[in-house]
Write a protein that binds this ligand. Structure first.
Ligand code: M6R
Length: 614
């Protein structure tokens, strides 16, 4: 995690760095810092958010047209002023920002201590900047060469930018397993963990690849080499399509609320040009080009983390139900270390909003080595997963900035549903009439999501007030609603800090039922068409133990509504599509509860949006 940003050019660096850090704050927000060079090197760093850094800098000297900045999610060393980046080398010449982890830092540190280096922080990053300094001075190398040699000695993940006090005309950057984008402006260069700090300056970017080192110069020239010292002759310059308004709150109090309300549009965007219900077709580039692989797949293995893993679980139900392909859904962090059986008849699908999640990336690399075709369902264009996969589809949800994932989840589920339908049609495992019905219904989903947002918000806000002081909550669902229960519980936990568990409703009687009393809100997703009577019984079981039931039901439903303390009605749809509607009340409930409890909805404690460390 951590966000890094750097600038060299004709403009004042400080405002560019600060704005960039604010955009990158979703990646980590326990401390922030900048280093600016203008004859003298000024470094300002502070525990807390970027706003704390701004207050700390105050009226101090922020001159300089070259600088680097960092917003941190602590891995090595507690979040405080000292451990905040940038870090400085022993002789005070080099300053460095880093996103990632240097795994062998302890060994390197010991060796450097023998050479006389002393360290002021507990970080792995300080060790790296000392190592570069040691190599630069001992071997009398240029900065880029010293960085290159140092990185051959390092094990781990990094995106770094190094500033040399004695050379104000260049910055050196490198990456391995942590993202780094170079923006090419008319008057200079911006380097950042993603394109969001760059977009308002230029649309021209180069995505640095793993084990590449870039040197950008004040005179507008740049070059990229590999760690093996080979020059990349013509780096590919991408044209960004991102819209700047999508990076602002647009009148909402929080990004999360904005993103919840964007869902009618983002679901539509995920389907745009890919679905035609009238003529009964679905076309997804990545699927069409690899049709035989998908048709003949003996197994789909889905790897993901967090909310994206929940989308994967929904996909398991849909793919098995409609396309009749066995599916396994794996936590990427477990999959990568347990010597899984993978063959070239498997298709491995990675789901990731950021496209940078370290565990998901590593799981994919493993699957690729073992010969499986790897497919990506990703939001961030040009991200590492998008570039690693053999094929894939973007969900086109636009930047998701709230740490709690909302529109990315519905985008993923939309796309996975289209994939399952398309493959089912091609495999002949779905009747044409059911295919048509489902595609017609898919086209209605954006309107139905809009209706849920419009109709249910006030009621959900009221219910939130009733349960905001609970210490625990239970989420139950069966079939397609079970992953939605997991997602509802995760949303509540991460932004309101209320302990919550998601369970298959029928599993309740195997343990969790012991927890139920009048203080336990039980959120039941009861939109099932199949097994409806069974979910009615589950609600009765909760009520018999005085639990407070908040039921999500289909409009017009009577039986559960009579039993429940509160029932939230959502429009009827085909059962495989219900998660796209039933998750919306889950998102609103956790949002309102978090606001009422005074939590920072967009930046919950201890979390970061993009988990680029193990
Ligand atoms: O970017 P990814 O989809 O790979 O991220 C995976 C998880 O870190 C992410 O979904 C996390 O669980 C969210 N904070 C959930 O809201």
């Amino acid at each position: 995690m951590c966000g890094i940003v750097a600038y060299i050019g004709e403009k004042n660096a400080y405002p560019i760095l600060i704005k960039g850090l604010q955009r990158l704050e979703y990646r980590g927000y326990d401390s922030a810092g900048v280093a600016l060079l203008n004859g003298k090197l000024n470094i300002y760093k502070r525990k807390g958010k970027v706003s704390d850094l701004i207050d700390f800098v105050g009226e101090n000297n922020v001159d300089g047209t070259i600088g680097i900045g960092h917003t941190r999610w602590a891995t090595h060393g507690k979040p405080d002023d000292v451990n905040a980046h940038p870090h400085i080398s022993g002789n005070g010449r080099l300053t460095l920002i880093h996103n990632g982890i240097i795994e062998n830092y302890a060994l390197i540190k010991k060796a450097l201590e023998v050479e006389g280096h002393t360290f002021n922080t507990e970080t792995d990053t300080e060790v790296l900047v000392h190592l570069i300094e040691e190599i630069q001075t001992r071997e009398k190398l240029t900065l880029e060469e010293a960085v290159r040699v140092a990185l051959t000695k390092v094990v781990g993940a990094y995106a770094i930018v190094v500033l040399d006090k004695e050379d104000p005309n260049k910055l050196v950057a490198a990456r391995k397993a942590s993202p780094l984008v170079i923006g090419i402006d008319e008057n200079g260069f911006l380097l950042a963990s993603d394109a969001t700090p760059i977009i308002e300056h230029t649309k021209k970017v180069v995505y640095l690849n793993d084990e590449e080192i870039a040197t950008v110069r004040r005179d507008g020239t740049f070059e990229i080499r590999t760690i093996g010292a080979n020059e990349i002759q013509t780096p590919f310059i991408h044209e960004l399509e991102m819209q700047i308004e999508r990076l602002e709150k647009g009148g909402y109090d929080y990004f999360m609320l904005k993103e919840i309300h964007e869902q009618p549009t983002t679901i539509q965007d995920a389907m745009r040009g890919r679905l035609n219900a009238v003529d009964s077709w679905i076309k997804l580039g990545g699927i069409e080009e690899n049709l035989e692989k998908f048709k003949d797949a003996e197994r789909l293995i889905i790897v993901a983390c967090g909310t994206s893993w929940h989308s994967g679980l929904i996909a398991e139900y849909i793919f098995e139900d409609l396309a009749r392909i066995p599916v396994e859904v794996e936590y990427a962090s477990e999959f990568r270390y347990r010597n899984p059986v993978i063959t070239d008849k498997d298709v491995v699908i990675a789901i990731s909003q950021s496209g940078e999640t370290a565990d998901t990336l590593a799981a994919l690399e493993l699957a690729k080595q073992k010969g499986a075709m790897i497919y990506g369902i990703v939001n961030v264009v040009g991200s590492s997963i998008a570039r690693l996969t053999d094929a894939g589809s973007y969900i086109h949800a636009g930047p998701e900035i709230g740490v709690a994932s909302t529109k990315a989840f519905t985008g993923q589920v939309t796309l996975l549903t289209l994939m399952a339908l398309s493959i089912a049609q091609k495999r002949g495992t779905i009747s044409e009439s059911y295919f048509k019905k489902l595609t017609q219904e898919m086209e209605q989903i954006p309107h139905k999501v809009a209706r849920v947002l419009e109709k249910c918000n006030t009621q959900i806000e009221y219910i939130s007030g009733e349960i905001k002081n609970a210490n625990n909550a239970l989420y139950l669902g069966r079939g397609y609603s079970f992953p939605v229960a997991l997602e509802g519980a995760l949303k509540l936990k991460e932004i309101s800090y209320i302990h919550a568990e998601g369970y298959p409703a029928a599993e309740m009687k195997h343990g969790p039922i012991a927890l139920i009393d009048e203080n336990m809100p039980v959120i039941v997703i009861a939109t099932n068409q199949s097994a409806y009577e069974k979910i009615v019984s589950n609600v009765q079981e909760v009520k018999a133990r005085q639990g407070m039931v908040i039921a999500i039901v289909t409009e017009g439903e009577k039986e559960i509504s009579k039993l429940a303390d509160y029932s939230i009605e959502i429009p009827e749809t085909e059962e495989p599509l219900t998660p796209l509607l039933s998750v919306i009340p889950m998102q609103l409930l956790s949002y309102h509860i978090a606001v009422m409890r005074g939590c920072n909805v967009d930046q919950p404690r201890n979390l970061a949006k993009s988990v680029t460390v193990e």
